[in-house]
Ligand binder design. Structure first.
Ligand SMILES: [Zn+2]
Length: 296
């Protein structure tokens, strides 16, 4: 696009050679980062002759306002997308977390099952011993043997009771773990479903707005070539610093539509005349009259 502009500039008569050079230099300046000491004075009066010179101040302001509208649309698209990727990421993290939690619970559950199995074996073994000792009791030869067997029976009986107690505890733990697994699985299903729809939404937003954004960027690019480089640079700088991204605002109730400070009547009149680019003395935004913005 810059090429087109400079070609057009070259077609101008030789008498404007010096002016042309100035314009080219100013175009180059526009591509550089703008330092703060270049902040425009209260009014940006453009004396330089450029390819956009055929345009009146009114046309320039109109184009600038149009450009801002397009750029604001692009901002909206970004905001719209800005949330969704984060939401999808959060859900993905949550789903992964729940899956790990379920896996851990399932391991706990397996361990408890194994422990219960071990206690059951203990019960079987001890019961077998108790039965064996009871049979031997019928054939004891002396008191010492009787006492010894009785003690063994008592010990193995306690072992069985202890194992039964442990089985009850492990079973309770196992049930709690099973409850947690069930809860987590329900939550996981919910989150997976949320994730699926959010992903779908994001993909839709991306595919929908991709074309829209490209079209807007193309429009913005074309409009930018119709705006005098110095003015465009000032516009971009103001827009960057403005919280709402608005560099061109219209008068609202005798005040600046950006910072809402009152504008003196004479200044309002100058703005309505559309002969000069006038900026707000308070916030530096470019001021236009509501009619130019298409607002009554
Ligand atoms: Zn202002």
């Amino acid at each position: 696009m810059a090429k087109k502009v400079s070609e057009k500039t070259e077609k101008k008569s030789a008498e404007s050679t010096a002016k042309k050079e100035k314009a080219v230099a100013s175009k180059a300046d526009a591509n550089k980062p703008v330092s703060t000491d270049e902040v425009p004075d209260v009014s940006i009066e453009t004396e330089e002759r450029t390819a956009t010179d055929e345009l009146t101040v009114e046309q320039r302001l109109t184009n600038l306002y149009k450009l801002q509208t397009i750029l604001s649309e692009i901002d909206k698209i970004k905001i719209l997308r800005g949330d969704l990727p984060l939401e999808v990421q959060d859900l993905e993290d949550e789903v992964a977390g729940l899956q790990t939690r379920i896996q851990n619970y399932q391991l706990d559950s397996k361990e408890l099952d194994t422990a219960i199995g071990q206690q059951r074996i203990k019960i079987t073994d001890s019961t077998a011993l108790v039965n064996k000792y009871k049979e031997q009791l019928d054939n004891v030869r002396n008191n010492r043997e009787f006492d010894s067997l009785s003690k063994e029976i008592e010990f193995q009986t306690l072992e069985v009771e202890l194992a039964e107690k442990r089985i009850r505890e492990f079973t309770a733990d196992s049930k709690a773990v099973a409850d947690e697994i069930a809860k987590s699985k329900t939550l996981l299903e919910e989150r997976q479903s949320d994730l699926k729809s959010k992903k779908k939404e994001l993909n839709e937003v991306i595919s929908e707005t991709k074309i829209q954004e490209e079209q807007l960027r193309e429009k913005a690019k074309n409009l930018e070539t119709t705006i005098e480089p110095r003015l465009l640079a000032a516009f971009k700088r103001i827009r960057k610093n403005a919280r709402n991204g608005l560099a061109v605002v219209y008068i609202q109730r005798d005040a600046c539509g950006g910072c809402f400070n009152k504008i003196p009547p004479q200044r309002q009149l100058d703005i309505k005349l559309r002969k000069k680019t006038i900026v707000c003395e308070h916030c530096g935004r470019i001021l236009i009259d509501p009619q130019l913005a298409g607002v009554e």
